[in-house]
Design a protein around this ligand. Structure first.
Ligand SMILES: [Zn+2]
Length: 345
């Protein structure tokens, strides 16, 4: 067997190992064309802007709650990392990614282009504009409208609500839980950001209360979607988090479980990691995991929403790190997704 063939075959075995364990390997090229492309350092968009945009656009994926298209006036969606023009987080990857947050590692131009691509994939009319927040893990909910679209500084808080058409409420996350709510009778929409602190602060329960006061929304008319975020499978937290939840919620014990930490790739291929752990440290002790999606579902139920009106998308951003940005999965060096909801203008 010629040496080149042997190398290629070894790599493909490793790729298969990684793929089987749920981790996509970095792309490798057999014919060398990819290497040639990066060596030239030509950004295709500079030379063929139309074709580059078409490619990026076609790959933008929008996750939606099933059945919500029954209300044609209602526009909503959760972004993923696929599509887009960002190359900061996976430079070895051939195609760009859809970072929608103004992070330190990405350019403003990239984020604006990604937001444009996302709204296009969402099917939002050009007249619809985003309203974002400076998120602070609070229970603060803002009522906004078209006047807030042009605001130079987003206001502080973790919830947005509106009854004005043409405004797209946007929550930014990379593991935290986004929650979208619509009042399908009064045509009101709301969006919430729920990390563990916001959840302890009852951001969603408080948000439904604000909708009732501001718009006279009735809980039986509300539908809710809990979007992709870090799942109970991956969200290890400290004892202090359990104490905080226990002090706030009678059902706190239902939200936590002790998990013996495991890594599927290490379990399946222990030989790959033989030298990485000191002798005598072969097992990691159990850790405490919090199910934030369930915590927010319970808040919606406590706010009197009907169980069947609540959609839990259920995707774990860390388990599906190739599809979603995950702060924990990438040790903080990652992009941001947007979850949006609005009334068509
Ligand atoms: Zn997970």
């Amino acid at each position: 067997m010629p040496p080149s063939r042997a190398v290629s075959s070894d790599l493909s075995i490793t790729d298969d190992l990684l793929r089987n364990a749920g981790r996509a390997p970095a792309r490798r090229s057999r014919n060398g064309s990819e290497r040639d492309r990066s060596a030239q350092r030509i950004a295709p968009a500079e030379f063929h802007p139309q074709s580059a945009k078409r490619v990026a656009k076609s790959r933008v994926e929008v996750v939606r709650a099933g059945g919500w298209d029954a209300w044609p006036w209602l526009l909503h969606g959760f972004s993923t990392r696929t599509g887009g023009v960002t190359t900061a987080y996976r430079p070895a990857q051939r195609s760009g990614e859809l970072n929608l947050g103004f992070t330190a590692s990405d350019t403003r131009e990239n984020v604006l282009e990604n937001r444009r691509l996302f709204l296009e994939a969402l099917g939002a009319p050009a007249s619809m504009k985003l309203v974002t927040l400076k998120q602070i893990h609070s229970s603060s909910v803002r009522r906004v409208g078209r006047r807030d679209v042009a605001a130079s500084e987003p206001c502080r808080g973790d919830g947005l609500m509106t009854s004005e058409p043409g405004v797209l409420l946007a929550i930014q996350t990379a593991d935290c839980i986004p929650v979208l709510i619509a009042d399908v009778k009064k045509k009101v929409v709301a969006a919430f950001h729920a990390g563990w602190r916001g959840t302890v602060n009852r951001i969603v329960e408080n948000g439904v209360g604000k909708m009732r006061v501001a718009f006279r929304s009735r809980p039986e008319d509300l539908i809710a979607a809990i979007g992709p975020g870090i799942g109970g499978c991956c969200y290890a937290v400290g004892e202090e988090v359990r104490s905080e939840f226990a002090s706030q919620f009678s059902y706190a014990q239902d939200l936590f479980r002790e998990v013996s930490d495991s890594d599927p790739i290490r379990e399946k291929y222990p030989m790959l990691f033989l030298t990485q752990r000191p002798p005598g440290h072969s097992n990691i002790g159990p850790s405490l995991h919090l199910d934030l999606m369930e915590a927010n579902r319970r808040q919606l139920l406590d706010a009197s929403l009907r169980a069947e009106a609540i959609t839990v998308i259920g995707d774990c951003t860390r388990c599906q790190n190739n599809r979603y940005f995950s702060y924990r999965g990438e040790q903080g060096f990652t992009g941001r997704m947007l979850s949006v909801i609005g009334i068509r203008s």
